[in-house]
Design a protein around this ligand. Structure first.
Ligand code: AMP
Ligand code: ZN
Length: 110
């Protein structure tokens, strides 16, 4: 766990954030500033700064994040209508929280 990392604190249960899903490796919660009717964040418990910092040993957690996103899309009933999965990478890519997270965005009206 990284000092002063908001998502380390959230993922390790030190904030009041309500989890939609949690297991030993990751948590899922709603984005506080949603860009769409459904906007979830899939966040590993282990601190990884960004996609740039992924190494071979992180392959399993990345796969688990994507498989969890797929399940959450179904649970939020946006799987059939469609959704976006997004990693912002570093400042120029729009990343503001430097703890790896996958955005699941969807639920727009037809
Ligand atoms: P990014 O721009 O990819 O780093 O995305 C960070 C996201 O975290 C933004 O969409 C924020 O709205 C969201 N966020 C920041 N603080 C919180 C929080 N306390 N709880 C939930 N989402 C948050
Ligand atoms: Zn962190």
């Amino acid at each position: 766990m990284e000092n002063d990392c908001l998502f380390c604190k959230i993922a390790n249960g030190q904030m009041d954030t309500r989890f939609l899903f949690e297991n030993e490796n990751l948590v899922v919660f709603r984005d506080i500033n949603p860009h769409a009717p459904v906007h979830l964040l899939i966040v590993p418990k282990r601190h990884i700064r960004s996609v740039n910092d992924l190494t071979e040993v992180d392959s399993a957690i990345v796969a688990e994040m994507i498989m969890t996103a797929k399940q959450m899309a179904k649970a939020e009933m946006v799987d059939q209508s469609g959704y976006k999965l997004l990693f912002n990478v570093e400042k120029g890519g729009g990343q503001v929280i430097f703890h790896l997270h996958l955005h699941l965005i969807g639920g727009w009206k037809k």
